[in-house]
Design a protein around this ligand. Structure first.
Ligand code: PMP
Length: 356
């Protein structure tokens, strides 16, 4: 039996995505050729790219005036591409975790960075709420889900300047109002596809306003004008993304995912709050519905290794927390069935009994 995959990323994908991609790797569209060896400019792959972008736009309700592009380089390259393309004088950043800090570090190479608020002093266990976004900033950057610390912004913020969001680990997990954002980006390796693919949703009118020269490959306009085909795109991850988006659509789209994700998260947090052996690390109101972080409760710290082993014996994989938080992190992305979450809860209950 397949293990239950709680890994933070690369992470669980719909079985359909994995099987259909495996089939296409052996024989793409009955061509006898592998998806890995066909031209990205052939008509069969162009149809894949077109369908993937169309589904991406449809499922997120991307309004007119926005482009969706697929790039390489991971979300980490976006930490630099965003300021390269958008920062003329100064930008505002909300510091909610390791990835947010890394994004901010890159922006400092291009201009002044205002950190409007930070929860660093409390090991990023909450999302700061009281801050002012400077109205003269070129943009305001947020990380909507903090994969390492298990905190999440649950609403689309109002911002007087273009709102830029790293949605690597919560894209397609809840309904968002794209029109409130100037740009959304993320690595695909959580809710969408295997690693190697980066998505960017950008409002066309925010581009072309900086005075610096932008290298061709780092200019969003290049990729918009060339429909993500300026250079060879990551063909296999794009095909896998198309399969995930088909699966998402067939399963009720983002509203249905949001409902299911909230139910899964509520079940797991309820057990963490009930079970005397465990305690959640994120502030309750900011708890992520994607990455659920918890540690052994006070007085039970020495049982951590035992629970780790116990979980592995139950077929639960990838639960180890990030080293900066410790303990455990259950990543329960879209493809995680409620049965997977229930298996973890059952293991926590059984461990509690054994340690009574
Ligand atoms: N931002 C967030 C929120 C992430 O979770 C990650 C990766 N876990 C990154 C950025 C970095 O992504 P990549 O590895 O694709 O550069």
């Amino acid at each position: 039996m397949k293990k239950i995959n709680f890994s933070a990323g690369p992470s669980i994908l719909p079985q359909q995505t994995i099987e259909e991609t495996a089939k296409a790797i052996l024989d793409f569209n009955s061509s006898t050729l592998s998806l890995m060896e066909v031209s990205h400019r052939g008509k069969d792959f162009i149809a894949v790219m077109d369908e993937t972008i169309a589904l991406f736009k449809e499922l997120l309700n991307v309004p007119e005036g926005y482009s969706v592009i697929f790039l390489g380089g991971g979300a980490s390259l976006q930490f630099c591409m965003v300021p390269f393309n958008l920062l003329e004088k100064k930008a505002a950043y909300l510091n909610t975790g390791t990835w947010a800090s890394k994004a901010q570090k890159e922006a400092k190479l291009f201009g002044e960075v205002i950190e409007v608020a930070s929860s660093k002093a409390d090991n990023f266990s909450y999302i700061p709420k009281d801050y002012t976004i400077p109205a003269d900033a070129d943009y305001f950057h947020i990380t909507t889900n903090n994969t390492i610390f298990g905190t999440e912004l649950h609403t689309d913020l109002d911002s007087p300047v273009p709102l830029i969001a790293d949605m690597s680990s919560d894209i397609f997990s809840r309904v968002i109002d794209v029109s409130k954002y100037g740009l959304i980006y993320g690595g695909a390796q959580k809710n969408l596809a295997p690693a190697g693919l980066t998505f960017v949703i950008v409002k066309d009118e925010i581009l072309g306003k900086v005075s610096r020269k932008i290298p061709t490959m780092l200019d969003y306009k290049t990729h918009i004008e060339n429909e993500s085909m300026f250079n060879t795109p990551p063909v296999v991850p794009i095909y896998a993304a198309m399969q995930t988006l088909r699966w998402l659509k067939a399963n009720g789209g983002v509203p249905a995912m949001e409902k299911k994700n909230k139910e899964k998260a509520a079940l797991l947090y309820a057990e963490i709050d009930r079970n005397p052996l465990f305690v959640g690390t994120a502030a309750k109101e900011d708890r992520s519905i994607m990455n659920v972080c918890f540690v052994m409760a006070k007085g039970h710290e020495e049982k951590e290794a035992d629970f780790s082993k116990f979980a592995v014996s139950k077929g639960l994989d990838g639960l180890k927390g990030h080293r900066s938080v410790g303990g455990f992190r259950a990543s329960i992305y879209n493809a995680m069935p409620v049965e997977g979450v229930q298996a973890l809860i059952d293991a926590m209950k059984e461990f509690e009994k054994q340690n009574a």
